[in-house]
Design a binder for this molecule. Structure first.
Ligand code: GLC
Length: 729
């Protein structure tokens, strides 16, 4: 089919010639057979009953599926070929939560660009990423896939990921249609249990959970995916408030919306509908366009139209949305006929970019006595201990369907290469898996530590312990890792703990036993080179936490942008359970908001991260003491590198609206920037704020900025004390 007129004309022309079954065929996403084409799939594609296929990555099979669609079906409409390319294809980047810790949109964009290039080489043209749900509950396994707890940071990085996947021009052979998921509010699943109920007031939906989706939409994301979850009694897959009012009317989105896996047929399990027929009706009417895996649309839409329950125009609109993206992808211009050459897969340049991303994603959380970077001159031996020190698969993390562990370089391998000849490396796995509860390997590990000058422990979570449906009700280190840490620490050598995990872990009970803690998340293929560079000083850590670390699981939810409450905790009045005198009278100590056995503060706050140098912030000021609505104000602080090494600091700007017609968070991130400073160097760092940046959703669901007094902080974490005040008139 050669085209000269505009896509919209071509789409209308195509629609006019399509039968109702052929239109409905475009709305069906079916699972591939993983390397073959069964007769029923062949027949379905040839008859125009399939619009998209997921989970087929064999280039020859993808090519054959496309040629059946283009040459054997009546209208020759090419297929969307979808795949979860979440944080890399063969070259695996840090998990998204780790990438978020880089606070570096360029790192995130480049990782997605590389992932797209590798995936597109196999014929994939659609990925189910970025996942932009807000993650504030580390019990939830899918926090690993999020870009953290903050709407602003998540939004900036979501847009970067969309640009990376989709490139400058969606029709380019290496571009993938991206998919903002899981729309919306999935991260609020009660108790951090996946797929669980979400109840979110509209103000919170608009100000916390939707901004990162809006950022993806504004970045031009081609598709959205609905969440499995029940949102305020109406599952997202059939929620017209989300799919029509927000997405189409307010945001003007013109791509298409796909369900999650069988989330249409699950509507009857939720109890929104009695059966598949009503599920198809509810989802189609609410604004869903394409059904993944279940076949309620294929089974019931035609008769629902014939009965007059669904207008034919609604079906046409659904098909138009899908065809619009196929045109934008260049599929009608035969883009699918030439696949990129496979040599791009796991290309050395890609692995190098994955290392850079891993270096910038890791967060130094503790470094007593500047133990790190580890000096190797006065050391003759180093113990490398733990189940994650040399595991090329586990370091990749969750959602690595196409990750190739043959390209992994492990920390043990890199440490052996990084140390001088005369330094001996003693290695002991200590535990079969991160969940082991026996002591089989403890004695060998303890001997290893005793024979060495310093110990590097590689602990945390196997990749299977996070990701979809893999939630934990107690987020301490699994198995008897805590015991191993205590016994290793008792030997008295300096201990560096490197944690690989898909979530924040509750480390209060072990943090005191180690001298240094480097949080590596699941760092991907190049975990080893990145960790070795950081541990021995070839690179310096610059990551900052994109999510709050609780002391203990019971503090969850705990996040920095919380409300003040009417009785906020007063640190001096926070009583610890062990300090309460016997028979203490009921009102004898602080009647404020804290836990007797955990206090009110996190173990590590959002935005926190150390480096190998030290920084001082001072002299915060604004260019004017007050502004009118519609004006801008500039907030500046001086940043000095007070250490003896160059360092990169991610400078953060937070604001607080002290009084609002609805209560306001005690702090909100509004901007950040990376600053590289040489030892002793000072730089004034300025941020410009428009009064629109101070807006929030009021009682009437309007986005407003209200006049009044504001605080502004500039610093290296959400707990910075350096504060300025200004007025909005
Ligand atoms: C899964 C996930 C979704 C993924 C889809 C296709 O159940 O919820 O994130 O993209 O199905 O694999």
């Amino acid at each position: 089919m050669e085209h000269t007129s505009s896509p919209d004309t071509q789409i209308r022309d195509l629609l006019q010639r399509m039968t109702l079954p052929e239109k409905i065929g475009q709305l069906q996403l079916v699972n591939g057979a993983g390397g073959t084409i069964p007769d029923d799939l062949r027949a379905a594609v040839a008859s125009g009953s399939v619009g998209a296929v997921l989970n087929e990555v064999n280039p020859a099979v993808v090519h054959e599926l496309q040629s059946i669609a283009v040459h054997d079906s009546r209208h020759g409409i090419p297929l969307l070929i979808g795949r979860d390319v979440i944080h890399g294809f063969a070259t695996v980047f840090p998990i998204p939560l780790g990438q978020a810790a880089s606070w570096n949109p360029e790192i995130v964009r480049r990782g997605a660009r590389i992932a797209a290039r590798e995936a597109a080489a196999t014929g994939i043209n659609w990925t189910f990423a970025p996942m932009v749900d807000i993650g504030r509950d580390p019990r939830w396994g899918r926090i690993a896939e999020t870009l953290g707890e903050d709407p602003y940071l998540s939004g900036v990085l979501a847009a970067a990921m969309v640009r990376g996947f989709q490139g400058d021009d969606l029709s380019q052979p290496s571009s993938l249609a991206a998919c903002a998921k899981h729309f919306a509010g999935y991260g609020a699943s009660e108790s951090g249990r996946d797929y669980n109920t979400t109840n979110i007031p509209e103000i919170d939906l608009r100000d916390i959970h939707l901004p990162s989706f809006k950022a993806a939409c504004d970045a031009g994301v081609a598709t959205f995916m609905t969440s499995f979850s029940d949102l305020n009694g109406i599952p997202a897959t059939a929620n017209d408030f989300l799919l029509k009012k927000i997405l189409r009317e307010e945001w003007g989105f013109d791509g298409f919306v796909v369900s999650d896996w069988e989330s249409v047929s699950q509507l009857s399990i939720h109890g929104l509908t009695p059966d598949d027929r009503e599920s198809a009706f509810e989802a189609a009417q609410a604004g869903l366009d394409m059904e993944m895996a279940s076949t309620t649309f294929a089974a019931h839409l035609a008769s629902l139209v014939e009965e007059g329950r669904i207008p034919a125009q609604r079906i046409d609109a659904m098909v138009e949305n899908v065809l619009r993206i196929k045109f934008r992808l260049g599929l009608f211009s035969h883009r699918h006929e030439h696949t990129e050459d496979l040599s791009v897969i796991a290309h050395p340049d890609h692995l190098s970019a994955a290392k850079d991303a891993a270096v910038e994603s890791m967060v130094l959380l503790k470094n007593d006595n500047n133990l790190l970077p580890l000096a190797t001159t006065e050391r003759t031996s180093i113990a490398v201990i733990g189940p994650l020190a040399d595991d090329p698969y586990e370091q990749l993390g969750t959602w690595i369907f196409d990750g190739d562990e043959r390209h992994s370089v492990t920390p043990l391998q890199s440490i052996r290469q990084a140390v001088p000849e005369d330094v001996t490396i003693h290695h002991a796995r200590a535990m079969a898996t991160t969940r082991s509860r026996d002591r089989e390997g403890f004695d060998e590990a303890l001997r290893c530590a005793a024979d060495s000058d310093a110990v590097i422990l590689f602990l945390g979570e196997e990749s299977i312990l996070s990701g979809e449906a893999h939630c934990r009700a107690d987020i301490r280190l699994p198995g008897n890792q805590e015991e191993l840490i205590r016994e290793i620490a008792a030997i008295g050598k300096p201990v560096v703990l490197v944690i690989m995990a898909g979530r924040p872990l509750a480390l209060e009970d072990v943090i005191g036993s180690v001298d240094a803690l480097l949080y590596a998340w699941h760092p991907g293929s190049m975990a080893g080179p990145a960790i070795a560079d950081l541990l021995f000083g070839a690179a310096a850590p610059s990551g900052k936490l994109p999510v709050t670390f609780p002391r203990v699981t019971g503090q969850i939810p705990i996040y920095y942008a919380h409300k003040n409450t009417g009785k906020p905790a007063i640190p001096s009045e926070v009583m610890h359970i062990d300090d309460i005198p016997p028979r203490a009278p009921q009102v004898s100590f602080g009647l404020t908001s804290f836990h007797l056995d955990a206090g009110a503060s996190p173990l590590f706050p959002f935005g926190f991260g150390l480096s190998y140098t030290t920084f001082r912030y001072d002299n915060i000021r604004t260019d004017t003491p007050e502004i009118q609505l519609g004006d801008r104000i500039v907030v500046t602080a001086d940043l000095t590198n007070t250490g003896d090494r160059e360092g990169t600091e991610i400078v953060q700007l937070y604001v607080r609206d002290l009084v609002g017609s609805v209560t306001r968070p005690v702090r909100e991130l509004k901007a950040f920037k990376r600053v590289l400073l040489q030892p002793g160097e000072m730089q004034s760092v300025s941020f410009e704020l428009h009064t629109d940046d101070l807006a929030f959703t009021n009682r009437h669901m309007q986005r407003v900025t209200e006049p009044g007094e504001f605080y502004a902080w500039i610093g290296g974490s959400s707990e910075t004390e350096l504060k300025a005040r200004f007025m909005v008139r």
